[in-house]
Design a binder for this molecule. Structure first.
Ligand code: PEP
Ligand code: MG
Length: 765
């Protein structure tokens, strides 16, 4: 083969640019025949019954579906042996299976390679020639390499039999916000800027005037929406409107449209060219946050176009038609799209573009509206009267069958009922059956969580992720702006402990206005305290803001994220002292906070013994700790299935921290996801951990669990778990404990249902 790499890239590029699975597989088999000069290339998929079904072929004669029964034929030899089979003459092989009417008899050589996805054989790619001469080594290697890529490029549906009816059609996206919603589809925009076609203006001066009127009216519309939403959302989120307004005042955008109009283009076309230009510019940026900003530009373009449409042809989208729960769907969904739907009818959000990091996802989480992002092409959905949106699994189920609908409705109803019962525990302490008291705190970062936190019985804020208010802004917040946000939290949790964590950005958390890009391995890079110590002005402003916001009637804690060395801790303490002295010198009477470290980096565990006099408390960030102990990124779909935070190494390490904290008399809490995983909570109780911090929606369920077990039971279970060498057995052990003790009823409930509360609460982000 002269240039196999180029041929490989050509095929993969072609396949990945095609939209439908059938086009992709046909292009693939065609491409292989050309690339390695074979007479036949066929792709088979393994079906549920173990048969091999022909998906696409170039060269075989196919007049009806071809199926090779399980255990028969060379294709199955390849699948079961999990290795290539490259032979001169297929018919001479003892396992040869002649597919009737395929005219296969004229092809002699056979080379089959397995297609594997996540460790499972899902199909076989076969190349055949009329000559009785096996494929050369390069061609075989080409097929093997291609097959390894295919499992990643070709969507799963190419390997799934077509459904006869479209009932229960599932579209897989990414979970944007948890929870389940049932409703009809509401397309937020049927006509967008993308539908605009090229047209010319008659008089560019007139068109320029129209452009400036359009700018003015769009700004006025945004301000009006901001004013309406301002009553429901805090300044943190209505800041997104400020971003739109800023873009609308940006001279580069204004002048770009002007220059397109002057070139003779009609306003909509000039707008489309300009928006596409800027959106492409952002999309090409390496940094994921800046890339996500291209969405903002597109949203704004659509917004401008909608205003233009309303001015010119009057195409207002009738919201009066909404009289029952809807799932708001669209390629891009803006804050104002969300705002225009009557709150009581907005059940869920299905976004065909976007990612879990988009503003839409942040907002949906804050509002407690289940959301699925990145669902793919909007054109695949026609108007559908019934949809189930499952924000937990990231799925959209179209036209659910009665059975599926009933199952979801039943679960929702029983979850609501169970949560009603759990809510009764709000003012009850989280106390074990043998009288041991556990403190229940909430994890938050949005002011919207304050109300649900208090409603669910949080006794304080165990983790305030300060990066969230930083993330939903367009610039670093000033000291006063931070004080205003932190003060809201302190006011709400008067007299209670609040743990403010200093800015924890880097890795998967990026700021839209300060990209940390160009790192080969961001998870091990400029993150958490490493970043803020190198940007000491940001840290100083923040520490001052936290201290100034805290009145002396809150129990103020400052948490340091991602600490991995004593030096970082010392530097932070020196900065804190300086901030405190500055505030005293300014005539304030500041409260000196308690200082603690997040145990997220494994090195911090061994260092703990040196830190007795440097810290006042410890908080285990089990999310990052698990990621670094297991060297597994749980946001990476390829390895997510291997991630389980009840892994024996994690349980053992946390146990080690708990034992050290106890002997050093240091208060200890857990604030990662482990603290709200019922199976893990019993083990944490067994380790003597008495402070847990979690999303407020999970508090009632975990409180109920704690009130149902004794510390003796928990430490017995821990002892058994510590003897096990794998996560699966630890989970089974905990599950058995829960079942044996009749605790399943309140454990298997979907905690996100608690967020349904938002529908009757005042929304405040
Ligand atoms: C953690 O790592 O467990 C944690 C609580 O921090 P975050 O999830 O914000 O990284
Ligand atoms: Mg963390």
């Amino acid at each position: 083969m002269p240039n196999s790499l180029q041929a490989l890239v050509n095929i993969l590029q072609k396949v990945s640019h095609l939209n439908s699975a059938s086009e992709q597989v046909n292009a693939l088999v065609h491409g292989v025949c050309e690339a390695i000069n074979v007479d036949v290339c066929s792709l088979y998929r393994l079906d549920k019954s173990g048969n091999m079904r022909l998906v696409a072929t170039q060269g075989l004669s196919v007049n009806h579906p071809i199926k090779i029964p399980q255990g028969r034929g060379l294709v199955n030899v390849v699948a079961t042996s999990k290795r290539p089979l490259n032979i001169d003459d297929a018919a001479l092989h003892p396992d040869y299976f002649y597919v009737i009417f395929s005219k296969e008899e004229k092809f002699h050589s056979f080379c089959g390679v397995p297609l594997v996805r996540r460790g499972e054989v899902i199909g076989v790619l076969v190349a055949q020639r009329t000559q009785a001469c096996k494929l050369d080594a390069d061609s075989e290697a080409f097929l093997v390499t291609l097959a390894s890529h295919l499992a990643l490029v070709i969507p799963a549906e190419a390997f799934t039999p077509k459904k006869k009816s479209s009932a229960n059609m599932r579209h897989q996206g990414i979970s944007g916000a948890p929870g389940v919603a049932i409703g009809s589809l509401w397309h937020c925009k049927k006509i967008g800027l993308e539908d605009v076609t090229e047209s010319l203006n008659d008089d560019h001066r007139l068109e320029l005037e129209r452009w400036h009127i359009l700018l003015k009216e769009t700004k006025a519309g945004i301000k009006a929406e901001q004013a309406i939403l301002g009553q429901q959302l805090s300044a943190e989120v209505t800041g997104i409107f400020d971003a739109y307004l800023m873009l609308l005042s940006d001279q580069t955008l204004i002048e770009k449209v002007e220059s397109e109009v002057k070139r003779g283009h009609a306003l909509p076309w000039a707008l489309k060219l300009s928006i596409n230009y800027f959106s492409k510019l952002f999309r090409s940026m390496e940094d994921p946050y800046l890339r996500a900003r291209s969405e903002d530009i597109s949203h704004l373009g659509n917004k401008l176009y909608q205003v233009w449409l309303n001015q010119s042809v009057g195409t207002a989208h009738s919201l009066a038609a909404i009289t029952a729960p809807v799932i708001l769907a669209g390629k891009h969904i803006t804050v104002s799209d969300i705002a225009t739907i009557p709150k009581r009818y907005l059940a869920g959000i299905a976004c065909f573009g976007g990612s879990a990091l988009s503003h839409t996802a942040v907002l949906a989480n804050a509002l407690g509206i289940p959301a699925v992002m990145g669902l793919g092409d909007i054109d695949r959905l026609e108007t559908i009267d019934k949809l189930i949106l499952d924000g937990n699994s990231g799925q959209l189920i179209c036209r659910p069958s009665d059975a599926v609908l009933e199952a979801y409705q039943k679960t929702l109803a029983s979850n609501r009922e169970i949560y009603q019962q759990l809510k009764e525990l709000r003012y009850e302490p989280a106390v074990t059956t043998d009288g041991c008291v556990v403190s229940m705190f909430s994890n938050t970062g949005l002011l919207a969580d304050i109300l649900p936190g208090l409603k669910n019985g949080a006794q304080g804020v165990g983790l305030y992720r300060t990066e969230i208010p930083f993330m939903i802004r367009q610039t670093f917040p000033s000291e006063q702006e931070q004080i205003d946000v932190y003060r809201e939290v302190c006011k709400a949790y008067k007299g209670k402990p609040v743990y403010f964590r200093t800015l924890d950005i880097g890795g998967d958390k990026q700021l839209p206005y300060f990209a940390i890009s160009g790192e080969e391995n961001p998870a091990l890079g400029w993150r958490g305290i490493r970043f803020t110590l190198d940007n000491i002005q940001i840290l100083m402003t923040q520490v001052r803001a936290i201290i100034r916001a805290a009145a002396d009637d809150i129990d103020l804690h400052i948490l340091i994220p991602m600490v991995s060395s004593t030096d970082e801790l010392d530097q932070f303490r020196a900065l804190l002292d300086q901030a405190y002295e500055q505030l005293v010198a300014e005539g304030l009477q500041p409260v000196y906070p308690k200082v603690g470290v997040m145990i997220e980096v494994p090195s911090a565990i061994s260092l703990l013994k040196y830190w007795r006099d440097k810290i006042d408390f410890i908080s285990i960030g089990s999310n990052d700790l698990s990621q670094y102990l297991l060297a597994l990124d749980r946001n990476n779909a390829r390895v997510a299935g291997r991630y389980d935070h009840v892994h024996p190494s994690i349980i053992n390490e946390i146990h080690r921290v708990a034992t050290m904290a106890d002997s050093m008399k240091l208060p200890l809490s857990v604030c990662g996801e482990l603290a709200s995983d019922p199976m893990a909570v019993i083990l944490l109780l067994g380790m003597g951990i008495r402070k847990l911090s979690m999303s407020s929606s999970k508090i009632p369920q975990i409180k109920w669990l704690i009130r149902s077990v004794s510390t003796q039971q928990a430490s017995n279970l821990l002892a058994e778990a510590l003897a096990l060498d794998n996560s699966k057995d630890i989970r089974l052990l905990c599950r058995k404990f829960i079942e044996d003790n009749g605790l399943t009823k309140f454990i298997d409930v979907d905690a996100s249902i608690a967020k349904f509360n938002h529908l009757d609460a005042v929304i405040k982000i």
